[in-house]
Write a protein that binds this ligand. Structure first.
Ligand code: SIN
Length: 500
């Protein structure tokens, strides 16, 4: 394999063989504490080449049911026999192992997702930060003592685990979306059954292996990769599962919420976005361009919090566009593991097709291509980083999340007008704006309808910051001091007649 060049269809074999610990590249499901090879397998593709990276066990309904049952028993034991600080200690050991294996996990993640190695490494550290955060939150699961209205009585609250949690995660963050959900679940004393994304199941398996090495009972973290949607919906319908947490599209989120309602499961849903990115004419333009580059082109435009609509005030529109185009021209599409690459591919052909459709629709309605605009004729699922100007609200991109490397620039005249345009969407996940005026900053921050805002920055994601949306972008908060409560029930205990 020594001379296989990057980009060759066989290159991934060399990359996997070159891992420090190639046993982290796992194709099996993890059920009842055992790695299970199924007869039925599904293909996982390498987006950088468009070829098959590997074949992974395809779980069926019986596998989900067995995993749920096994998780139920493990959860009861875990809650009964661990203290909060022991659970925190286990998470800390897991964190240490993720950090020790970060380079290997980053290679696996880059192979299956396509993002550049440096982005993949950044994601592994981001993923680990949730494990560290919740290792520290675990012992802080305080209850309350509440003054009672009845004499000789006191009211206490206990925070208890919800039970077995069904976890369904997306391919755009194969590591971080797993840890952002399951670290708080474990901290609170739950077990989880995970359906990892069928595009990127390998990273999840590596994380599960490390969790077990850290001392976690393997039955607490069941991993059921599958392409069988009907089997996976068991997580939303099985009465043993008490909570589902899902990150993905609004359509699937609504379907899961309906299914979960059948047994009144709790749900956290982090769904689609259509983030406005507003540049006022008093903004620091260099900062605004830096913010746009990060929150538009991170993961090749495939994040739920990516800027989807760039609104630039008339007086600075030309200057902002020129500066943005200059930076975008310097991006280099390529294989995720090539050190020269700054933009990886999209995850699959549908991602390329959707980006192309948005560009063609906008151009047919009068937008101008400032840069890019095409899918290059190369292997893999690439689209050129693209900037459009003259974009208007009747174009598809105004209402639909592109999930690709397309920066569409709208222009506006007044603050009131742009707030109205920004809020004119059923989504409300993230938003961004740039202004040096503190009065405007506070005013606009109040008026924008979204769960997360970046003011003079494009970076809003961190373990300590609550992550989640409003409107049809879902409900529930992940990370932060609020993330643990999503996996806990509050029990109130009223103790009467204390003066017996
Ligand atoms: C997402 O795209 O769902 C997650 C993005 C992030 O955590 O920053």
């Amino acid at each position: 394999m020594g001379d296989v060049p990057i980009g060759d269809a066989e290159y991934h074999k060399k990359a996997v063989a070159g891992l420090k610990d190639s046993s982290l590249f796992i194709s099996e499901a993890f059920i009842d504490g055992k790695w299970v090879k199924k007869e039925k397998l599904f293909d996982v593709y390498e987006p950088s080449t468009g070829t098959v990276l590997g074949k992974v066990s395809n779980c069926d309904l019986a596998d989900f049911q067995a995993a749920i049952k096994s998780a139920e028993l493990a959860q009861a034991d875990f809650w009964e026999n661990t203290t909060a600080s022991q659970r925190g200690g286990l998470l800390r050991k897991w964190y240490d192992l993720i950090i020790a294996n970060a380079d290997d996990i980053a290679v696996i993640l880059s192979l299956e997702n396509g993002k550049t190695l440096s982005e993949a490494k950044g994601e592994v550290l981001y993923a680990a930060s949730f494990v560290a955060w919740f290792s520290e939150e675990a012992p802080r699961a305080y209850g309350d003592t509440i003054p009672s209205g009845t004499p000789h009585t006191t009211v206490l609250t206990y925070k208890e685990p919800v039970g077995v949690c069904g976890i369904i995660t997306p391919w755009n963050f194969p590591a971080a979306m797993i840890t952002r959900k399951i670290a708080p679940a474990f901290a609170a004393g739950n077990a989880v059954v995970i359906k990892p994304p069928s595009e990127t199941p390998y990273t999840c398996a590596a994380l599960a292996k490390l969790a077990v090495e850290a001392g976690m009972d393997g039955k607490l973290m069941q991993v059921c990769p599958t392409k069988d949607r009907a089997a996976a919906t068991e997580l939303a319908t099985n009465p043993i599962v008490k909570k589902i947490s899902f990150t993905g599209s609004t359509g699937v989120g609504k379907m899961l919420a309906k299914l979960a309602a059948g047994t009144l499961k709790r749900a956290s849903l982090e769904l689609g976005g259509n983030a406005p990115f507003i540049v006022f004419d008093d903004a620091d333009l260099n900062l605004a361009v830096e913010g746009a580059m990060f929150c538009k082109f991170r993961c090749s435009g495939q994040t739920c919090v990516c800027a989807n609509r760039l609104f630039v005030q008339k007086g600075v529109a030309e200057a902002f566009t020129a500066k943005l185009v200059e930076k975008v021209k310097a991006l280099k599409n390529g294989h995720g593991l090539d050190p020269e690459t700054t933009q990886g591919p999209l995850v699959n052909k549908s991602g390329v097709d959707k980006t192309r459709e948005h560009v063609e629709d906008a151009v047919s309605k009068g937008a101008k291509i400032e840069f890019g605009g095409k899918a290059p004729d190369t292997p893999g699922f690439f689209f050129e980083p693209t900037v459009l100007s003259g974009v208007t609200p009747e174009m598809m991109v105004a209402n639909d999340e592109t999930f690709g490397p397309l920066a569409p620039i709208f222009s506006f005249e007044t603050e009131a007008e742009v707030v109205k345009m920004a809020n004119d969407t059923e989504f409300g996940l993230a938003g961004y704006f740039f202004s040096k005026d503190i009065g405007r900053a506070l005013r606009v921050a109040r008026k924008l309808q979204c769960g997360m805002l970046g003011v003079n920055t494009g970076k809003i994601s961190a373990a300590e910051a609550p992550f989640g949306g409003v409107k049809e972008s879902g409900y529930g908060r992940e990370g932060s001091m609020y993330g643990l409560a999503e996996y806990q029930n509050i029990k109130s205990v009223t103790i009467g007649n204390l003066n017996l």
